[in-house]
Design a protein around this ligand. Sequence first.
Ligand code: SAM
Ligand code: SF4
Length: 316
Amino acid sequence: MKDSFGREITYLRLSVTDLCNLRCRYCMPKEGVCLRRHEEMLTEEEMTDAVTVAAELGIRKVRITGGEPLVKKNILSICKNISHVPGIEEVCLTTNGTLLSNMAADLKAAGIQRINISIDTLNEEKYSEITRGGRLKDALCGIEAALNAGFEKVKLNTVLIGGFNDDEIKALAELTREKDLDVRFIELMPMLSDSGFGEDAFIPVGTVKEKLPEVIFLGRDGVAELMKLPGAKGNIGLISPISCRFCASCNRLRLTADGKIKPCLHSPLEYDIKGLKREQMKDKMKQAILAKPESYGKLSYADRSCAGRTMDRIGG
Ligand code: SAM
Ligand code: SF4
């Protein structure tokens, strides 16, 4: 289905839980999220129903996200259900990777085709600092497990943070030489006021090009500008929600774990589908698509996102 600005909406990001085993400083408040009552959250059946009606409206790709999707007990069954929905051609998952080492093969068998793993540093202490207590080793084991499980694509997502990991751009990019994976650098989005990051933390992804003068440009792939180190196995992607927004070609819809359809990441607009039957869900989803804003407002250190939720409660 097309939105009011002629954009074909084909991609749904489905958050299966608000909960997470990490507390990344730019994503979640230090104290974590308020525990919600079970009845407030979408059931597995409601998630499948929502994806079914989304597919009837033209959604072809679903990305499962969170919070951390791998802390969800029934994650394999959710993945299996969604991958069997008629019309859905691609099911992907975004994870912090720390629980992946024992689950990668099962996720592949449950229908996950591509996997994105978030990792912002290759330094143990810095990893623990940015995630407020996570262990780098767990994420690295998760990456190895994903590479061995035979997904169509493994991508690493790195949020670029000035003064924190801009000195690791080269080391992270070099991973694409040794391993069959892509690395994507993403601009930090101003979601939280207490992240502890000042204005200097927001650096444009163009910094990556300055640090890697040898890269070969490959053009665009969806929201990412693609490039490659000479002779590397994988690509490098730059995603720039702040310095060069991609609203004109946005094909996304988001569904939160508590059943709110968000037509735009940085808009407070939400459409509640919790407790609805399929046909009612479909009407709400149509309303959400038609209400998708043309673009979001200014974003900067001073102009924070109007999303009305932190990223862990949206799904990124
Ligand atoms: N827990 C999973 C993970 O970390 O990959 C999935 C959920 S997480 C909210 C999805 C993505 O959002 C991650 O790649 C994370 O780095 C990114 N993210 C969270 N907060 C962000 C922010 N303020 N700016 C840019 N990216 C952010
Ligand atoms: Fe958890 Fe992912 Fe947010 Fe980090 S980015 S706190 S891993 S949801």
